[in-house]
Design a protein around this ligand. Structure first.
Ligand code: GLU
Ligand code: MG
Length: 489
């Protein structure tokens, strides 16, 4: 983003924000700049250029998305002729979306909620791209600002931007990537149990054969949109697949996860199929994860490599990961939006149900990956496995950065590594992560780090949504919960 001009209104003070390094009310200049809109004339000029390019690519309309606190990607679209205006003045969106639940009912929160008010959704022209599987359409993620021009304190993407800037202010950078798992089914009636277009075995070549054209089109579309696909493969659950893409900056990685899911959704629709990114699609089956990979860098050096700590971690990387590991119970509120996520987060599902870390341990919530001998300087990273695909990716990455930075400051070492299967250990040896939304919510309410990083309005809005959904499904059995959430994400 560009610099702020004197003519732009200053960022409004956060009426309830706490003092601290992250809070919008006390943000140092670098954090404020990270969420400021570039000057209007610059936005208009860039949008004009972009519109010319899109016209040549036969684009008619631009979808501008944001992800709400329930993890749903919502959209406002403008015809191509309206792109310049949208870049100059934003597109109107109600702040009440911040308290929408996944089933579209609406709650309220102390700062945000209610029918009044309006926000402006600004397409990020840096990520504007024609949608390969939706001819005539382009997409851009949006940032939400107030009508006065200041950042909306409830904007999840601006929160992620602020956290990325806080990492940069510490002289560091993070590379991140979010794995996308999905289940593909025949597009029948939404209330019917899913019928799968392939019955091939987990990770089996049968599945790739049955859906050969479909998977090729997913790959093609992702590639045409400029995404570097690392891998695509059939996963464990019926009809389940996974795609992973190249790491990038944290906000970029969150944007990419929105784009990847939209691409899978659109290719599926072209084949008469329907994709589900819900945490669980069949009760008891393995679910859809939204694992977050991250590595910490300083001056071009991967801090997860060649250090004196466990498996080559430097002290900085160790402190960062210790902060993340410690905060996982409260981070679940950001990384697992849906109450159905707790049906996924169970032992022996490779979902990372235990609050421990381990080298290449797929049952640990924090899996350390060093990479192969020879490529470690580039490949070493850590994977937060407990997050699922119902997460708002901006909240998930922003929360992890905040927890990591807090850990970095405290420089605590990691607890001892856990090797092997935590489910086979003496009961009580390895702590389980929260097993209900209510437990995670309680940890989130206690977390000063997240409260400060999110700022009071966003912290409260997320809390209101989680509480409302937890209540909604408190007395509901797994079958009903899965049926209610299967086609929402
Ligand atoms: N599907 C599993 C999950 O729910 C993850 C499988 C894997 O390790 O890729 O997280
Ligand atoms: Mg997987």
């Amino acid at each position: 983003m560009g610099t702020v001009t004197a003519s732009q209104p200053a960022e409004p003070a956060d009426p309830t924000g706490r003092a601290g390094p992250f809070g919008p009310g006390t943000a140092p200049a670098a954090l404020t700049a990270a969420v400021a809109l570039p000057p209007r004339a610059e936005r208009a000029a860039r949008a004009e250029e972009a519109a010319d390019r899109l016209r040549t690519a036969a684009v008619d309309a631009v979808a501008v998305t944001w992800v709400d606190n329930a993890g749903i990607t919502r959209v406002k679209a403008v015809p191509l002729g309206g792109l310049v205006h949208a870049a100059e003045w934003g597109v109107g969106t109600s702040p009440c979306f911040d308290v929408f639940l996944a089933d579209d009912s609406i709650t309220t929160s102390p700062v945000i909620g209610g029918p009044t008010g309006d926000l402006r959704l600004y397409p990020d022209l840096d990520r504007l791209v024609p949608l390969a599987a939706q001819p005539g359409w382009a997409w851009a993620p949006g940032d939400r600002h107030t009508q006065a021009g200041g950042p909306h304190p409830g904007c999840q993407r601006l929160f992620a931007r602020r956290m990325e800037a806080a990492v940069a202010a510490a002289g560091l950078s993070v590379k991140a990537g979010i794995e996308v798992e999905w289940v593909v089914a025949l597009a029948g009636a939404p209330n019917e149990p899913p019928q799968y277009p392939t019955h091939g075995p987990a990770y089996g070549m049968h599945r790739l054969t049955d859906l050969s054209d479909y998977l090729r089109d997913v790959l093609r579309a992702l590639g045409e949109q400029g995404l570097g696909v690392l891998q695509i493969h059939p996963e464990y659950a019926p009809g389940q697949f996974e795609v992973s893409v190249a790491p990038e900056g944290p906000v970029g990685a969150a944007d990419t996860s929105v784009l990847v899911r939209q691409t899978v959704r659109a290719v599926s629709a072209r084949y008469g199929l329907r994709a589900s990114f819900a945490p669980v699609v069949e009760p008891d089956a393995v679910g859809n994860g939204g694992h977050l990979h991250l590595s910490l860098w300083r001056d071009g050096r991967n801090l997860g490599h060649d250090g004196p700590g466990p498996h080559g971690l430097t002290a900085e990387a160790e402190g960062f990961l210790a902060g993340v590991l410690r905060a996982l119970p409260e981070l679940l509120v950001l990384g697992c939006s849906s109450p159905a996520g707790y049906l996924r987060l169970v032992p022996s599902h490779w979902a990372g149900a235990y609050q421990c870390w381990g080298l290449e341990n797929r049952e640990a919530a924090l899996r350390l990956i060093t990479g192969s001998t020879g490529e470690r300087a580039a490949a070493a990273n850590a994977e937060v496995k407990c997050f699922d695909a119902s997460a708002n990716p901006y909240l998930a990455v922003g929360g992890v950065l905040a927890a990591g930075l807090a850990g970095l400051e405290q420089r605590h070492p990691l607890p001892p590594e856990f090797t092997g299967d935590p489910a086979a250990a003496e009961p009580g040896t390895v702590p389980r992560l929260p097993q209900t939304p209510t437990e995670a919510i309680a940890a989130y309410e206690r977390s000063a780090v997240l409260r400060e990083a999110l700022g009071e309005p966003l912290h409260q809005a997320v809390l209101a949504v989680r509480r409302a959904e937890a209540e909604q499904y408190a007395a509901v059995g797994p079958e009903e919960l899965v049926a209610a959430t299967r086609w929402r994400y």
